[in-house]
Design a protein around this ligand. Structure first.
Ligand code: SF4
Ligand code: SF4
Length: 110
């Protein structure tokens, strides 16, 4: 799985937590444990007093859904993301995708 990663365009993340729920269900993680965490950033913006961004981060528990990979399925979080802002694939292809999107973050499993 070293050649693979997860690209997340946080510009479209709504903070809905669906990816986290999908990850917990897929791995049977107990409450408080998850392969992904969504952090909320509140900051002053140019055209409005306050803006909020949601930033999903993979944790040390993420294995990129190795068991789903073996059967050709997308990771559970990618499949269930409500805004289609997550992409799983080979690292070199994801790096190319980043060239067109500066609000994306690329993750690899730890
Ligand atoms: S890739 Fe799989 S293990 Fe990693 S955060 Fe997504 S659902 Fe969880
Ligand atoms: S499911 Fe998608 S939109 Fe919802 S919090 Fe996760 S990354 Fe963001």
């Amino acid at each position: 799985m070293l050649k693979y990663g997860l690209l997340i365009n946080y510009d479209f993340c709504t903070g809905c937590q669906t990816c986290a729920v999908a990850c917990q269900q897929e791995h049977d993680y107990p409450a408080g444990k998850c392969g992904i965490k969504i952090t909320e950033y509140v900051y002053e913006a140019v055209k409005k007093p306050v803006a909020i961004d949601y930033m999903p981060f993979l944790t040390e528990l993420c294995d990129l859904c190795a068991s789903r990979f073996k059967t050709g399925e997308d990771p559970a979080c990618v499949k269930h993301c409500q805004s289609f802002c997550m992409k799983f694939g080979e690292l070199d292809k994801l790096v190319k995708d980043m060239e067109f999107d500066s609000r994306s973050v690329l993750f690899t499993p730890r």
